[in-house]
Structure formats: C-alpha cells, structure tokens
Write a protein that binds this ligand. Structure first.
Ligand code: NAI
Ligand code: MG
Length: 355
C-alpha cells in the first residue's frame, strides 16, 4: 500500500521535528509493505508574511485531492492581533471536517514512578461553547454577556463511536506489546448533566446509545461528572483508558492530562475525520529553542504513529510506539527537556535503531 502524506512543518521547531516524522515513516521495516509519497506544503506565520495567507488554498486543495493523511508541526501566532491572520490548524479542522481531537497521554513502565499512565482523551472538535456565538447587551444592572453551548446528537454520536473504536484498537496494539495494567478496553463519558441536563444530558444519553452498539460489547462504558473527573485524573491517572468529552471539557482535560507526563515534547495528537487524519505534536513552535537541534522529536514521532492508526496501519503504529517507549525506558538518549543531553537527531537515531 502506498500512502500519500502531506508535510506541513509550519514555523519554529516544526521545521526540525516534521523531518524526523518523515524519517521514521521512511524507516519502517519493509515487511510491512508500506510506501509513502510525501508532499511538502506550506502554512503558518512565515507563510502569512510571505503570501498574505496563513493557510494557502493550494495547501487545502492538495490535502483534499492528493493526500491520505498529513503531519502538521506547529505555527507561531502573533502576540497581538494582526489583520487577516487566523490560525491555520483551526481552519484546517473545519475545512476537512476533522471532528475529533485525539490526545494520548502515556508514560512508560521504566520512566514512571508508579503504574504507567496510558490514556487517550477524545475531544469533540466542532461544537459546544466553541461555536463562538456570543453577545453582550445592557441588562437592568449593567452589562451581560451570553454564549451558546450547542450540543447535537450527530456530533455526540460520531465522537462517541470513534472513542469506542479507539478503545478497541488500543487493546489490539497493546496485546502486541503489553505495556498496560488494563486488560479490558474502557470508555469514560465525561459531562456535567447533573447541572446542564439538556445539553450535557443529550451528550451523555447519545454517547451511551452509541457505545451500546454490538461492536462495542467488549468495551466497558463508564461515566463521570467533569469536576470529579479532574480530581480523579490527577489522583489516579493510571485508571483511565479512553475519555470522551464535549469540546470545552475535552480541551481543559487534555491540557491538564499532558501535565502528568513531564514534557510537552512527549505529547502527540491527531485531528481526525471520517476520511482524513492529521498528526500534530501538542507543543507550539518553541521560539526559545528554535534552530538549535534540541527540540524533542518524540511528540511528533508519536503523532506519526497516531496518524497511521487512523489510516488503518495498526502494525506500523505499534512498531513506532514500541521504539519510542524503548528509547524512553533506556533513558540514554534524552533531549534537554527530559533532563538529557541528546540532540533532536540523536534521539531520532536511537528510536530508528530500535525500530
Ligand atoms: P510552546 O509549546 O511552543 O513552548 C512552551 C515551552 O515548552 C517552551 O519553553 C518550549 O521550549 C518547550 N517545548 C515545546 N515543545 C518542545 C519540544 N518538542 N522539545 C523541547 N521543548 C519543547 O508554547 P509557547 O511558548 O506558549 O508558544 C510559542 C509559539 O507557538 C506561539 O507563537 C504560540 O502561538 C504557538 N503555539 C502553536 C501551537 C500549535 O501550532 N498547535 C500550540 C501552542 C502554541
Ligand atoms: Mg488547548
């Protein structure tokens, strides 16, 4: 099988980590029978300064017409508002209908103090309070501001279905290389329907229905109110497998969960739709370390694996995860953010050797 992959380095360390992502794809064992065609694409602040658009039409069209998936590095955002500039990744999510934001958070057995953490947050990416329908008006006692929280059955259903599929797939990848204490896939539905009985109530009810499908009969389904979820996530993160949440709770939970593993340079994500997946490290363009070859490439390497999972290449993904875990467990080639001295290139080479 040949996969066509768009490469969008963006700004800053995006230009250092995306080439590492390309290298690991090119280095997959030939027994997997996977080939890749790469297309270099532009987006980001430098692109905006050069062309007047942070996301040129050509990038979107090429992704739509010529690619199966993509890797997105990071983009810099101007710290003050610049006319005409808007975030390319937000626009891409809309244009390609990437309705799920998937963020795995994982420690390895060797690098964690207690039980390893191995969870995924699956965040709905298209609605909730982020429809940005806000207004301000003068009330009898001063200004009042309001925002719409929109929850639909369709969006809640498809995000829950993808969460169930991820739980099943993780179980498969794990059985190939057991790393977790959990032997049954589990999805935790997160909401606040005790207060917001209609909006979060619809999310909860729809998620329950979607996860009751036959194909999820082996998946344990739990639910948890979002505030106690935060408490338990920090007390006992190793308990969780897949967490599914509406947009706002998912946003907060996923940044919070990333704090559990020590460095932003380790945390991957994917933006996923029915026919497309973009792997994207969670970190930004890191101008403070740009151009020094010391950025941690692991968030990107894991994002590559995550993209492959959604393109149906579980075996290839499992190999990358295992090689990365091997590097972290050995602890010999760690980048400075992990307390080590290795360069981006040295971390990459060690992972490739293990692959
Ligand atoms: P950042 O994630 O770029 O950096 C935060 C800190 O983490 C910095 O000290 C950085 O050196 C470190 N860091 C991040 N990734 C690392 C890696 N792979 N290896 C080692 N250390 C790493 O966030 P910051 O500084 O708030 O934002 C910088 C720029 O990136 C801004 O212009 C911001 O708008 C943009 N940004 C873009 C994102 C995206 O493209 N998805 C996400 C977050 C920020
Ligand atoms: Mg966030």
């Amino acid at each position: 099988r040949t996969l066509r992959i768009g490469l969008i380095p963006g700004d800053g360390i995006g230009r250092e980590v995306i080439p590492a992502g390309r290298r690991i794809l090119e280095s997959l064992p030939s027994s997997l029978n996977l080939k890749f065609n790469f297309v270099d694409l532009e987006a980001g602040y430098d692109t905006f300064k050069k062309t007047g658009s942070a996301l040129p039409d050509k990038t979107v069209e090429t992704l739509k017409k010529e690619c199966d998936g993509a890797l997105f590095g990071a983009v810099s955002s101007p710290s003050t508002k610049v006319a005409g500039y808007s975030s390319p990744i937000v626009a891409l999510r809309k244009k390609l209908d990437l309705y799920a934001n998937v963020r795995p958070v994982k420690t390895t057995i060797g690098s964690s103090n207690g039980n390893p953490i191995d969870l995924v947050i699956v965040r709905e990416n298209t609605e909730d309070l982020y429809v940005k329908e806000e207004k301000t008006y003068d009330g009898p006692d001063g200004k009042v501001a309001e925002a719409i929280k929109r929850i639909s059955e369709r969006a809640s259903s498809r995000i829950s279905t993808i969460a169930g599929e991820i739980a099943l797939r993780r179980q498969k990848i794990r059985s190939a290389a057991p790393t977790s204490i959990r032997d049954q896939p589990m999805v935790t539905i997160t909401h606040k329907s005790n207060v917001l009985s209609q909006t979060d109530g619809l999310f909860r009810e729809t998620a329950r229905k979607a996860l009751a499908a036959n194909k999820f009969s082996s998946v344990l389904v739990e639910e948890q109110i979002v505030d106690s979820m935060v408490y338990k996530l920090f007390r006992q993160p190793e308990y969780y497998d897949v967490i599914v949440a509406p947009n706002l709770y998912g946003d907060i939970l996923s940044d919070g969960a990333a704090a559990l593993v020590g460095s932003l340079g380790l945390v991957p994500s994917a933006n996923v739709g029915d026919n497309f997946a973009i792997g994207e490290p969670c970190h930004g363009s890191a101008p403070d370390i740009e151009g020094q070859n010391i950025a941690n490439p692991i968030a990107t390497l894991r994002s590559v694996a995550l993209m492959l999972e959604f393109l149906g290449e579980e075996a290839a993904a499992a190999k990358i995860y295992a090689a990365v875990d091997g590097n972290l467990d050995a602890g010999k080639f760690l980048s400075p953010d992990m307390g080590g001295k290795a360069s981006t290139t040295e971390v990459l080479e060690d992972v490739l050797k293990r692959l």
